[in-house]
Design a protein around this ligand. Structure first.
Ligand SMILES: Nc1ncnc2c1ncn2[C@@H]1O[C@H](COP(=O)(O)OP(=O)(O)OP(=O)(O)O)[C@@H](O)[C@H]1O
Ligand SMILES: [Mg+2]
Length: 277
């Protein structure tokens, strides 16, 4: 199962969602590969990874997957492990080449082709952290994944960005053999003390409820930014066995529940028919 959290709007929780679902799944005993497809390269900082080769080396410099995958960045019980392919600003060179090549089919298929051998590596879950906007790399992400999980932070522009995801996916599907579906909508940074939260949640419900699963929300949690700055996830910071997580652990608890729903494929009921994706 290959999933990318994506919203075309920047700063809406894509990276936070990728990292925490990935780490939660490893702590749940799953084999997880997390791929950074954003030249901002945040994953290496949040997970404190020192490694020379990156996704750019895989896509452009002839490196093999084994050379770019950083193994066992975090571990969990049984076979639980988190492996990561990091990125950095060199990925913008890949983007430039893709734009200059003028070959859209090559552009769109690039990442999928490069990651094809992971099928034999027996991962339970592959997550791709995506950049904002609709860059060539992102189109390539759409072509690679089985589904997109759409985080929506509690503001209007984030809500607009979610619709752009669905439109872009629909447009790309007209031209390419893209199988990706929408795994669901994930409200993030939910803070019921703010009026905008309730109005955004109502808009999400009205617009998407009939078509897509809406996952339980991720609450606002000031410790996310603090942990990230120290090169930690929320689970690193808490340093607890997951059996001892409680709802008081806010986003750490919320992401753990969403991860289980995603892995078990138990999204909320009531999907009638995706309108255009
Ligand atoms: N549930 C939350 N509670 C509080 N802060 C959050 C929450 N989720 C994300 N944030 C904060 O919001 C900011 C943006 O999050 P993040 O980097 O995950 O967004 P992004 O969509 O990946 O951004 P970009 O488009 O730049 O890649 C970060 O500072 C992060 O710590
Ligand atoms: Mg990000």
């Amino acid at each position: 199962m290959i999933i990318a959290p994506h919203n075309q709007r920047g700063g809406v929780g894509k990276t936070t969602t990728s990292v925490h679902i990935a780490h939660a799944a490893a702590l749940y005993g799953k084999r997880v590969l997390l791929v950074d497809s954003d030249p901002q390269g945040s994953l290496r900082n949040i997970l404190k990874i020192q490694h020379d080769s990156t996704l750019h080396d895989l896509l452009d410099n002839g490196f093999k997957l084994e050379e770019v995958i950083v193994k066992g960045v975090r571990t969990g019980p049984e076979k639980g492990t988190l492996d990561v392919i990091i990125s950095d600003k060199a990925l913008t060179e890949t983007e430039t080449k893709l734009i200059q090549s003028g070959n859209r089919a090559e552009t769109v298929g690039k990442l999928r082709e490069a990651l094809a051998p992971v099928k034999d590596m027996h991962y339970d879950l592959i997550l791709i952290d995506s950049p904002p906007g609709l860059s060539p790399i992102l189109q390539s992400v759409y072509h690679t994944v089985d589904s997109l999980l759409v985080p929506i932070a509690m503001d209007y522009m984030s809500f607009v960005g979610s619709h752009q995801v669905i439109e872009s996916l629909s447009l790309l599907k007209q031209d390419y053999d893209i199988r990706a579906t929408i795994a669901g909508i994930l409200p993030v940074a939910v803070d019921h003390r703010l009026a905008v939260t309730d109005s955004t949640l109502t808009s999400i419900k009205n617009k998407y409820e009939r078509y897509y699963p809406i996952f339980p929300p991720i609450r606002i949690d000031a410790t996310i930014a603090k942990s990230g700055m120290r090169g930690q996830t929320l689970y690193d910071r808490l340093a607890l066995p997951v059996e001892r997580l409680t709802p008081d652990h806010r986003a750490a608890w919320d992401y753990y529940q969403v991860m289980k729903l995603l892995i078990q494929g138990q999204h909320s009921p009531g999907i009638l028919k995706p309108p255009d994706a």
